[in-house]
Design a protein around this ligand. Structure first.
Ligand SMILES: NC(=O)c1ccc[n+]([C@@H]2O[C@H](COP(=O)([O-])OP(=O)(O)OC[C@H]3O[C@@H](n4cnc5c(N)ncnc54)[C@H](O)[C@@H]3O)[C@@H](O)[C@H]2O)c1
Length: 437
């Protein structure tokens, strides 16, 4: 990737807009405000708490990531979003039930000030939801233009220098790329004709990219992962990334599976089941939305374990993922994994993982990091898919001729090496001569 402009300290405010103001989005917004007020720490955020080693180990240079690359300051962030419900961020956070009442009450006026703009929505794409805070328009193009007006007005009203958009709305039903997605011309024609294969999330992405605003997709929907919108991203020189925040069970999978492969431990089967009771769980109770999530979750092991290279170890493993909507649990999901492995001489063993996880607590720092890194990418002239941000995704968007990288540790290496490259430091390959020179 070519660096077009040297990264300087950003000036002015950064607006972070989220289509969807539910559990993840409000946990992110409330968290940033609590951190700004000194009430909490940005745990889980690489941009805020991570360090990066530079040069040889003997040099002892390990700055904080945020001191190494010029990222927007938390104090310079303003928030906005869209939802199909009119609840402000305080009401939405209270309903989502992720954060304790005292946490959100301590920043109530701030959260109440974030009011959603009317959404672009089509219930065909999220069967379990129906809301009234929805835009009306004569076709998709008209709705895209209304979103562009929202973005431009938000920027002006809040005196922002730049905007970034992170999709935090519900998972849409599973669709495959079709003719209308194959070129920008076909897509724009399809928008005028209200083509049924165009999903609302694509309209947000189209509006953002048309205005040169970076776009990240936190859900597994196709959204920006279609040739038409990639064409637009390249034409307008905008960075994009996706899909599906890597949290919870898949995060664990991408930590454990590279370890098995590293030690050449075989796998017979991996059964993963979840219970969760938040709105996301309700949406995923619909088989068509679940199918989008399932595809995203299933591809991970295949890519990490590389059965073609290790047929004796990984050729026939059985992989099953289940999500069960169970209201009493709310956002506090429980994810069980039963892993059947085999070792020396083929002797079988089992591992059980029971992760009592808080999905949105794991997702919120991802939203922050993605927004800050995408803003950096945009300022230095990176465009198209930002593979170095695969670290944050279950289903990393990748160039058609490449396979996605799922191994969390390789992803982290790529991310940090990209930061070193941006700042003109040597990339670290762990092949250095530091013992000898
Ligand atoms: N929580 C996690 O750890 C995690 C991990 C990976 C991916 N995700 C994805 O992130 C998304 C958000 O998760 P969540 O837990 O906040 O869900 P949520 O249900 O609490 O919030 C989603 C919000 O999006 C709104 N919405 C739906 N369609 C919309 C549209 N077209 N425009 C604007 N708003 C719309 C809904 O009304 C809802 O308020 C989901 O797609 C989920 O699958 C979440």
């Amino acid at each position: 990737m070519e660096i077009k402009k040297k990264p300087g300290k950003p000036q002015g405010k950064l607006g972070i807009l989220t289509p969807g103001m539910g559990a993840v989005s409000t946990t992110f917004m409330a968290g940033v405000e609590a951190i700004r007020k000194g009430q909490a720490k940005p745990i889980g955020s690489l941009t805020q708490m991570g360090t990066i080693r530079l040069g040889k180990r003997t040099e002892n240079r390990t700055p904080m990531v945020k001191d190494f690359v010029p990222l927007a300051d938390l104090d310079d962030i303003v928030f906005g979003g869209w939802d199909i419900f009119e609840d402000n961020a305080y009401q939405a956070a209270a309903k989502a039930g992720v954060l304790h009442k005292e946490t959100i009450d301590a920043i109530k006026p701030f959260l109440e000030s974030i009011k959603p703009m009317k959404a672009v929505f089509d219930q065909k794409y999220v069967k379990k939801l129906s809301g009234s805070w929805v835009k009306k328009g004569k076709n998709w193009l008209d709705l895209a233009e209304q979103l562009m007006t929202d973005m431009t007005e938000f920027k002006k009203k809040n005196d922002c220098d730049r905007l970034v958009i992170v999709w935090c709305a519900s998972t849409e039903i599973f669709i495959k790329p079709s003719d209308v997605h194959m070129s920008l011309d076909a897509f724009e024609k399809g928008m005028k004709e209200n083509d049924p294969n165009i999903a609302p999330s694509m309209i947000y992405a189209y509006a953002a990219l048309s205005l040169g605003i970076p776009f990240a997709n936190g859900a597994p929907n196709l959204t920006v992962d279609i040739p038409a919108l990639m064409e637009l991203a390249h034409k307008n020189e905008v960075p994009v990334c996706g899909k599906d925040f890597k949290t919870g069970q898949t995060l664990m999978k991408t930590i454990l599976a590279p370890g098995f492969k590293a030690r050449l431990i075989g796998l017979n089967g991996w059964f993963s089941t979840n219970i969760l009771g938040n709105r996301d769980g309700e949406v995923l109770d619909d088989p068509e939305s679940f199918k989008t999530k399932e595809e995203s979750k299933l591809s991970v092991l295949e890519h990490i374990l590389q059965p073609k290279l290790y047929p004796e170890l990984y050729d026939k493993f059985y992989h099953k993922v289940r999500i069960n909507y169970y209201p009493p649990r709310g956002d506090n999901k429980e994810g069980w994994d039963n892993i059947d492995i085999f070792g020396w001489l083929g002797y079988p063993m089992q591992i059980k993982v029971d992760f009592l996880c808080r999905d949105s607590i794991l997702a919120a720092p991802i939203v922050l990091d993605l927004a800050l890194f995408l803003d950096l990418a945009s300022r230095i002239g990176f465009k198209g898919i930002q593979e170095w941000l695969s670290f944050y995704f279950k289903s990393p968007q990748h160039a058609p001729e490449l396979y996605p990288e799922h191994d969390l540790f390789i992803q982290l290496m790529k991310l940090k090496n990209t930061l070193r490259y941006i700042q003109g430091e040597d990339m670290i390959t762990h092949l250095g001569q530091e013992y000898y020179d």
